[in-house]
Ligand binder design. Structure first.
Ligand SMILES: Nc1ncnc2c1ncn2[C@@H]1O[C@H](COP(=O)(O)OP(=O)(O)OP(=O)(O)O)[C@@H](O)[C@H]1O
Ligand SMILES: O=C(CO)[C@H](O)[C@H](O)COP(=O)(O)O
Length: 329
Protein backbone atom coordinates (compact mmCIF):
# COMPACT_ATOMS: atom_id res chain seq x y z
CA UNK A 1 0.00 0.00 0.00
CA UNK A 2 1.46 3.32 -1.00
CA UNK A 3 -1.33 5.41 0.47
CA UNK A 4 -0.38 8.51 -1.48
CA UNK A 5 -1.82 7.77 -4.89
CA UNK A 6 -4.67 9.94 -5.95
CA UNK A 7 -7.97 8.85 -7.43
CA UNK A 8 -6.84 9.56 -10.99
CA UNK A 9 -3.59 7.52 -10.64
CA UNK A 10 -5.58 4.51 -9.45
CA UNK A 11 -8.06 4.75 -12.30
CA UNK A 12 -5.21 4.99 -14.81
CA UNK A 13 -3.56 1.82 -13.44
CA UNK A 14 -6.83 -0.09 -13.28
CA UNK A 15 -7.88 -2.30 -16.21
CA UNK A 16 -11.47 -1.34 -15.51
CA UNK A 17 -13.32 0.80 -18.08
CA UNK A 18 -16.06 2.81 -16.37
CA UNK A 19 -19.04 3.75 -18.50
CA UNK A 20 -21.31 6.71 -17.77
CA UNK A 21 -24.51 6.72 -19.83
CA UNK A 22 -26.40 9.97 -20.35
CA UNK A 23 -29.77 9.91 -22.09
CA UNK A 24 -32.01 12.78 -23.07
CA UNK A 25 -33.29 14.69 -26.05
CA UNK A 26 -31.01 16.49 -28.47
CA UNK A 27 -29.79 19.73 -26.88
CA UNK A 28 -31.16 18.81 -23.44
CA UNK A 29 -27.93 19.51 -21.53
CA UNK A 30 -26.27 16.07 -21.59
CA UNK A 31 -22.79 17.48 -22.27
CA UNK A 32 -23.28 20.36 -19.84
CA UNK A 33 -23.91 18.00 -16.91
CA UNK A 34 -20.95 15.72 -17.55
CA UNK A 35 -18.46 18.55 -18.07
CA UNK A 36 -17.45 18.50 -14.38
CA UNK A 37 -16.43 14.84 -14.66
CA UNK A 38 -14.37 15.69 -17.71
CA UNK A 39 -12.79 18.70 -16.02
CA UNK A 40 -11.99 16.78 -12.82
CA UNK A 41 -10.28 13.81 -14.49
CA UNK A 42 -8.94 15.39 -17.67
CA UNK A 43 -9.46 14.83 -21.37
CA UNK A 44 -6.72 12.20 -21.49
CA UNK A 45 -8.74 9.66 -19.48
CA UNK A 46 -12.31 10.69 -20.31
CA UNK A 47 -13.78 10.34 -23.79
CA UNK A 48 -17.27 10.71 -25.17
CA UNK A 49 -19.20 8.68 -27.71
CA UNK A 50 -22.29 10.25 -29.20
CA UNK A 51 -24.99 7.79 -30.10
CA UNK A 52 -25.79 9.85 -33.20
CA UNK A 53 -22.97 7.81 -34.76
CA UNK A 54 -25.15 4.71 -34.40
CA UNK A 55 -28.03 5.99 -36.54
CA UNK A 56 -29.12 3.28 -38.96
CA UNK A 57 -30.16 5.63 -41.76
CA UNK A 58 -28.73 8.83 -43.14
CA UNK A 59 -30.85 11.99 -43.19
CA UNK A 60 -32.19 11.38 -46.69
CA UNK A 61 -33.26 7.82 -45.90
CA UNK A 62 -34.97 8.89 -42.65
CA UNK A 63 -36.92 11.44 -44.67
CA UNK A 64 -37.98 8.85 -47.27
CA UNK A 65 -39.12 6.47 -44.54
CA UNK A 66 -40.80 9.30 -42.60
CA UNK A 67 -39.03 8.24 -39.44
CA UNK A 68 -37.37 10.39 -36.75
CA UNK A 69 -33.96 9.66 -35.17
CA UNK A 70 -35.89 9.03 -31.93
CA UNK A 71 -37.46 5.81 -33.22
CA UNK A 72 -35.40 2.91 -31.84
CA UNK A 73 -35.31 1.23 -35.27
CA UNK A 74 -33.54 4.31 -36.65
CA UNK A 75 -30.55 3.33 -34.50
CA UNK A 76 -28.30 0.30 -34.56
CA UNK A 77 -28.59 -0.51 -30.87
CA UNK A 78 -27.33 -4.08 -31.22
CA UNK A 79 -24.08 -2.79 -32.77
CA UNK A 80 -23.88 -0.29 -29.91
CA UNK A 81 -24.33 -3.09 -27.33
CA UNK A 82 -21.57 -5.09 -29.02
CA UNK A 83 -19.25 -2.08 -29.08
CA UNK A 84 -19.87 -1.11 -25.45
CA UNK A 85 -19.15 -4.72 -24.38
CA UNK A 86 -15.92 -4.68 -26.44
CA UNK A 87 -14.80 -1.38 -24.94
CA UNK A 88 -15.42 -2.70 -21.42
CA UNK A 89 -13.16 -5.62 -22.31
CA UNK A 90 -10.46 -3.21 -23.43
CA UNK A 91 -10.97 -3.91 -27.15
CA UNK A 92 -10.66 -1.13 -29.74
CA UNK A 93 -13.78 -0.80 -31.90
CA UNK A 94 -14.40 0.54 -35.39
CA UNK A 95 -16.86 3.26 -34.54
CA UNK A 96 -19.28 4.52 -37.17
CA UNK A 97 -19.33 8.29 -37.73
CA UNK A 98 -22.47 10.31 -38.50
CA UNK A 99 -21.70 13.68 -40.04
CA UNK A 100 -24.22 16.37 -39.02
CA UNK A 101 -22.97 18.72 -41.76
CA UNK A 102 -23.73 16.32 -44.60
CA UNK A 103 -26.40 14.18 -42.93
CA UNK A 104 -24.46 11.12 -44.12
CA UNK A 105 -21.95 8.66 -42.68
CA UNK A 106 -18.19 9.20 -42.86
CA UNK A 107 -15.89 6.13 -42.84
CA UNK A 108 -15.69 4.39 -39.43
CA UNK A 109 -12.76 5.28 -37.16
CA UNK A 110 -10.79 3.17 -34.67
CA UNK A 111 -11.83 4.03 -31.11
CA UNK A 112 -9.75 2.74 -28.20
CA UNK A 113 -11.29 2.59 -24.73
CA UNK A 114 -10.32 5.31 -22.26
CA UNK A 115 -10.54 4.85 -18.48
CA UNK A 116 -13.88 6.68 -18.35
CA UNK A 117 -16.25 6.69 -21.32
CA UNK A 118 -19.29 8.94 -21.47
CA UNK A 119 -22.03 7.64 -23.77
CA UNK A 120 -24.44 10.38 -24.74
CA UNK A 121 -27.57 10.03 -26.77
CA UNK A 122 -31.25 9.46 -27.28
CA UNK A 123 -31.38 5.72 -26.43
CA UNK A 124 -28.34 5.33 -24.19
CA UNK A 125 -29.98 2.84 -21.81
CA UNK A 126 -32.97 1.84 -23.90
CA UNK A 127 -32.17 -1.91 -23.83
CA UNK A 128 -31.62 -4.12 -20.80
CA UNK A 129 -28.22 -5.15 -22.20
CA UNK A 130 -27.09 -1.51 -22.33
CA UNK A 131 -28.30 -1.03 -18.75
CA UNK A 132 -26.22 -4.02 -17.66
CA UNK A 133 -23.12 -2.67 -19.36
CA UNK A 134 -23.33 0.94 -18.18
CA UNK A 135 -22.01 1.68 -14.70
CA UNK A 136 -23.87 4.92 -13.99
CA UNK A 137 -26.92 6.25 -15.80
CA UNK A 138 -28.18 9.82 -15.96
CA UNK A 139 -31.35 11.12 -17.61
CA UNK A 140 -31.50 14.83 -18.42
CA UNK A 141 -35.04 16.14 -18.51
CA UNK A 142 -35.54 19.89 -19.10
CA UNK A 143 -39.07 21.29 -19.22
CA UNK A 144 -40.36 21.49 -22.78
CA UNK A 145 -40.20 25.31 -22.95
CA UNK A 146 -36.59 25.34 -21.69
CA UNK A 147 -35.57 22.60 -24.13
CA UNK A 148 -37.25 24.34 -27.05
CA UNK A 149 -35.51 27.65 -26.35
CA UNK A 150 -32.04 26.02 -26.07
CA UNK A 151 -32.55 23.93 -29.20
CA UNK A 152 -33.84 26.90 -31.22
CA UNK A 153 -30.94 29.09 -30.07
CA UNK A 154 -28.32 26.49 -30.89
CA UNK A 155 -29.72 25.28 -34.21
CA UNK A 156 -30.41 28.81 -35.49
CA UNK A 157 -27.16 30.42 -34.26
CA UNK A 158 -24.68 27.54 -34.74
CA UNK A 159 -26.20 25.28 -37.36
CA UNK A 160 -27.87 27.80 -39.66
CA UNK A 161 -31.45 26.44 -39.44
CA UNK A 162 -34.54 28.68 -39.66
CA UNK A 163 -36.49 29.07 -36.42
CA UNK A 164 -39.77 27.80 -37.94
CA UNK A 165 -37.99 24.71 -39.29
CA UNK A 166 -36.52 23.93 -35.86
CA UNK A 167 -39.97 24.35 -34.28
CA UNK A 168 -41.60 22.08 -36.87
CA UNK A 169 -38.87 19.47 -36.32
CA UNK A 170 -39.32 19.63 -32.54
CA UNK A 171 -43.09 19.16 -32.87
CA UNK A 172 -42.67 16.22 -35.24
CA UNK A 173 -40.43 14.52 -32.66
CA UNK A 174 -42.70 15.00 -29.66
CA UNK A 175 -44.58 11.70 -29.79
CA UNK A 176 -41.42 9.64 -30.31
CA UNK A 177 -39.74 11.49 -27.46
CA UNK A 178 -42.58 10.57 -25.10
CA UNK A 179 -42.76 6.96 -26.33
CA UNK A 180 -39.09 6.06 -26.64
CA UNK A 181 -36.77 8.53 -24.95
CA UNK A 182 -38.53 9.74 -21.80
CA UNK A 183 -39.36 6.23 -20.45
CA UNK A 184 -35.63 5.65 -19.90
CA UNK A 185 -35.82 8.07 -16.94
CA UNK A 186 -37.22 5.33 -14.72
CA UNK A 187 -34.02 3.31 -15.21
CA UNK A 188 -31.63 6.15 -14.41
CA UNK A 189 -29.45 6.31 -11.30
CA UNK A 190 -29.91 10.09 -11.44
CA UNK A 191 -32.43 12.32 -13.21
CA UNK A 192 -31.89 16.03 -13.70
CA UNK A 193 -34.84 18.31 -14.30
CA UNK A 194 -34.39 21.90 -15.43
CA UNK A 195 -37.13 24.51 -15.33
CA UNK A 196 -37.55 28.26 -15.45
CA UNK A 197 -35.94 30.11 -12.57
CA UNK A 198 -38.21 31.65 -9.97
CA UNK A 199 -35.97 34.72 -10.24
CA UNK A 200 -37.29 35.70 -13.65
CA UNK A 201 -36.33 35.64 -17.31
CA UNK A 202 -33.91 38.57 -17.10
CA UNK A 203 -31.55 36.77 -14.70
CA UNK A 204 -32.21 33.46 -16.43
CA UNK A 205 -31.15 34.66 -19.85
CA UNK A 206 -28.33 36.95 -18.75
CA UNK A 207 -26.59 34.54 -16.38
CA UNK A 208 -27.96 31.07 -17.18
CA UNK A 209 -29.86 30.81 -13.92
CA UNK A 210 -32.36 27.92 -13.96
CA UNK A 211 -34.08 25.87 -11.30
CA UNK A 212 -32.30 22.51 -11.37
CA UNK A 213 -33.52 19.39 -9.51
CA UNK A 214 -31.37 16.33 -8.97
CA UNK A 215 -33.27 13.08 -8.33
CA UNK A 216 -31.03 10.36 -6.98
CA UNK A 217 -32.03 6.83 -6.12
CA UNK A 218 -31.55 6.25 -2.42
CA UNK A 219 -28.25 4.72 -1.37
CA UNK A 220 -27.46 3.53 2.12
CA UNK A 221 -24.33 5.55 2.67
CA UNK A 222 -21.82 7.60 0.76
CA UNK A 223 -18.21 6.57 0.60
CA UNK A 224 -17.14 9.61 2.55
CA UNK A 225 -18.89 12.52 4.08
CA UNK A 226 -18.57 15.47 1.79
CA UNK A 227 -20.23 18.45 3.32
CA UNK A 228 -21.64 21.53 1.74
CA UNK A 229 -21.32 24.07 4.52
CA UNK A 230 -23.47 27.13 4.46
CA UNK A 231 -22.39 29.97 6.66
CA UNK A 232 -25.82 31.47 7.19
CA UNK A 233 -24.40 34.50 8.98
CA UNK A 234 -22.03 35.30 6.10
CA UNK A 235 -24.77 34.71 3.55
CA UNK A 236 -27.12 37.00 5.42
CA UNK A 237 -24.49 39.70 5.86
CA UNK A 238 -22.58 39.54 2.60
CA UNK A 239 -24.66 37.95 -0.17
CA UNK A 240 -25.87 40.13 -2.99
CA UNK A 241 -27.51 37.45 -5.17
CA UNK A 242 -30.62 35.35 -4.59
CA UNK A 243 -30.75 31.60 -4.17
CA UNK A 244 -33.03 28.97 -2.71
CA UNK A 245 -32.88 25.23 -2.21
CA UNK A 246 -35.19 22.44 -1.09
CA UNK A 247 -35.37 18.70 -0.68
CA UNK A 248 -38.12 16.10 -0.81
CA UNK A 249 -38.51 12.35 -0.88
CA UNK A 250 -40.46 11.21 -3.90
CA UNK A 251 -41.61 8.23 -5.91
CA UNK A 252 -41.48 10.12 -9.18
CA UNK A 253 -39.76 8.04 -11.87
CA UNK A 254 -41.07 4.86 -10.27
CA UNK A 255 -38.86 4.38 -7.25
CA UNK A 256 -37.88 5.95 -3.99
CA UNK A 257 -35.52 8.82 -4.53
CA UNK A 258 -34.37 12.04 -2.99
CA UNK A 259 -34.92 15.23 -4.96
CA UNK A 260 -32.73 18.24 -4.24
CA UNK A 261 -33.57 21.45 -6.04
CA UNK A 262 -31.40 24.54 -6.32
CA UNK A 263 -32.26 27.84 -7.92
CA UNK A 264 -30.29 31.07 -8.19
CA UNK A 265 -26.62 31.86 -7.66
CA UNK A 266 -24.30 30.84 -4.86
CA UNK A 267 -21.24 32.78 -3.83
CA UNK A 268 -18.06 30.91 -4.77
CA UNK A 269 -16.87 31.04 -1.13
CA UNK A 270 -19.86 28.91 -0.14
CA UNK A 271 -19.39 26.35 -2.90
CA UNK A 272 -15.65 26.20 -2.27
CA UNK A 273 -16.30 24.02 0.83
CA UNK A 274 -17.85 21.35 -1.34
CA UNK A 275 -15.09 21.53 -3.93
CA UNK A 276 -12.47 21.32 -1.16
CA UNK A 277 -14.18 18.28 0.42
CA UNK A 278 -14.00 16.48 -2.91
CA UNK A 279 -10.36 17.53 -3.42
CA UNK A 280 -9.47 16.08 -0.01
CA UNK A 281 -11.19 12.79 -0.72
CA UNK A 282 -9.75 12.18 -4.16
CA UNK A 283 -6.40 13.77 -3.28
CA UNK A 284 -6.44 15.94 -6.37
CA UNK A 285 -6.08 19.63 -5.94
CA UNK A 286 -6.82 22.23 -6.86
CA UNK A 287 -9.91 21.21 -8.85
CA UNK A 288 -10.51 24.90 -9.56
CA UNK A 289 -13.73 24.15 -11.37
CA UNK A 290 -15.17 27.55 -10.56
CA UNK A 291 -12.05 29.46 -9.59
CA UNK A 292 -12.62 32.29 -12.01
CA UNK A 293 -16.25 32.79 -10.94
CA UNK A 294 -17.59 34.91 -8.11
CA UNK A 295 -20.96 33.22 -8.37
CA UNK A 296 -21.86 29.64 -9.22
CA UNK A 297 -25.28 28.87 -10.67
CA UNK A 298 -27.55 25.93 -9.86
CA UNK A 299 -26.46 23.98 -12.96
CA UNK A 300 -22.77 24.19 -11.98
CA UNK A 301 -23.45 23.18 -8.42
CA UNK A 302 -25.69 20.23 -9.37
CA UNK A 303 -23.06 19.11 -11.91
CA UNK A 304 -20.49 19.03 -9.10
CA UNK A 305 -22.79 17.05 -6.80
CA UNK A 306 -23.41 14.63 -9.64
CA UNK A 307 -19.67 14.28 -10.28
CA UNK A 308 -19.23 13.33 -6.61
CA UNK A 309 -21.96 10.72 -6.93
CA UNK A 310 -20.19 9.27 -9.99
CA UNK A 311 -16.86 9.16 -8.12
CA UNK A 312 -18.61 7.28 -5.29
CA UNK A 313 -19.94 4.78 -7.82
CA UNK A 314 -16.51 4.31 -9.40
CA UNK A 315 -14.94 3.65 -6.00
CA UNK A 316 -17.67 1.24 -4.91
CA UNK A 317 -17.57 -0.62 -8.22
CA UNK A 318 -14.06 -1.94 -7.44
CA UNK A 319 -13.43 -1.12 -3.76
CA UNK A 320 -10.39 -3.39 -3.47
CA UNK A 321 -8.35 -1.24 -5.83
CA UNK A 322 -9.05 1.76 -3.67
CA UNK A 323 -8.82 -0.01 -0.28
CA UNK A 324 -5.32 -1.24 -0.99
CA UNK A 325 -3.82 1.95 -2.28
CA UNK A 326 -5.93 4.84 -1.17
CA UNK A 327 -6.01 4.88 2.60
CA UNK A 328 -9.57 4.62 3.86
CA UNK A 329 -12.75 4.49 1.86
N1 LIG B 1 -28.08 23.97 -17.56
C1 LIG B 1 -28.00 24.78 -18.61
N2 LIG B 1 -28.04 26.11 -18.46
C2 LIG B 1 -28.01 26.94 -19.52
N3 LIG B 1 -27.96 26.53 -20.81
C3 LIG B 1 -27.92 25.23 -21.02
C4 LIG B 1 -27.89 24.26 -19.95
N4 LIG B 1 -27.85 23.04 -20.48
C5 LIG B 1 -27.83 23.20 -21.82
N5 LIG B 1 -27.88 24.51 -22.15
C6 LIG B 1 -27.92 25.10 -23.51
O1 LIG B 1 -28.30 24.09 -24.41
C7 LIG B 1 -27.22 23.84 -25.35
C8 LIG B 1 -27.10 22.34 -25.57
O2 LIG B 1 -26.61 21.77 -24.38
P1 LIG B 1 -25.72 20.46 -24.42
O3 LIG B 1 -24.72 20.55 -25.51
O4 LIG B 1 -25.23 20.22 -23.03
O5 LIG B 1 -26.85 19.43 -24.79
P2 LIG B 1 -26.71 17.95 -25.37
O6 LIG B 1 -27.86 17.22 -24.81
O7 LIG B 1 -25.34 17.43 -25.07
O8 LIG B 1 -26.90 18.19 -26.93
P3 LIG B 1 -26.63 17.22 -28.19
O9 LIG B 1 -26.97 15.83 -27.81
O10 LIG B 1 -27.56 17.71 -29.24
O11 LIG B 1 -25.19 17.41 -28.52
C9 LIG B 1 -25.97 24.47 -24.71
O12 LIG B 1 -25.08 24.93 -25.67
C10 LIG B 1 -26.56 25.62 -23.93
O13 LIG B 1 -26.78 26.71 -24.76
O1 LIG C 1 -31.50 14.12 -32.47
C1 LIG C 1 -30.42 14.35 -32.91
C2 LIG C 1 -29.21 14.29 -32.06
O2 LIG C 1 -29.43 13.62 -30.87
C3 LIG C 1 -30.25 14.71 -34.37
O3 LIG C 1 -31.43 15.27 -34.84
C4 LIG C 1 -29.95 13.44 -35.15
O4 LIG C 1 -28.68 12.97 -34.78
C5 LIG C 1 -29.98 13.70 -36.65
O5 LIG C 1 -29.06 14.72 -36.96
P1 LIG C 1 -29.30 15.69 -38.20
O6 LIG C 1 -30.52 16.49 -37.85
O7 LIG C 1 -28.04 16.52 -38.25
O8 LIG C 1 -29.50 14.83 -39.40
Amino acid sequence: MTGNENFRDIIIKSPRVFIIGVAGDSGSGKTTFTNSVRKIFGDDIVSTITLDDYHTFDREERKKRNITPLAPEANNLSLLEEHVANLKDGITIKKPVYNHKTGMFDPPVPYAPSEIIILEGLHTFFTSRLRELIDFTIFVNPDTNVKYSWKINRDVMDRGYKKEDVLAELKSRDADYKNFVEPQAKHANAVIEISDSTYGKRVQNARNVYKVTLYQEKIDETIQNISLNFNLFAINSLSDRNFCMGFKHTNKYGRKSGALFLDGEFQYDVVRYLEKGIEDQIKMRPLSLFAEKRYVNATDLIALLLAWRIINKRISSSPDEFNARYCRI
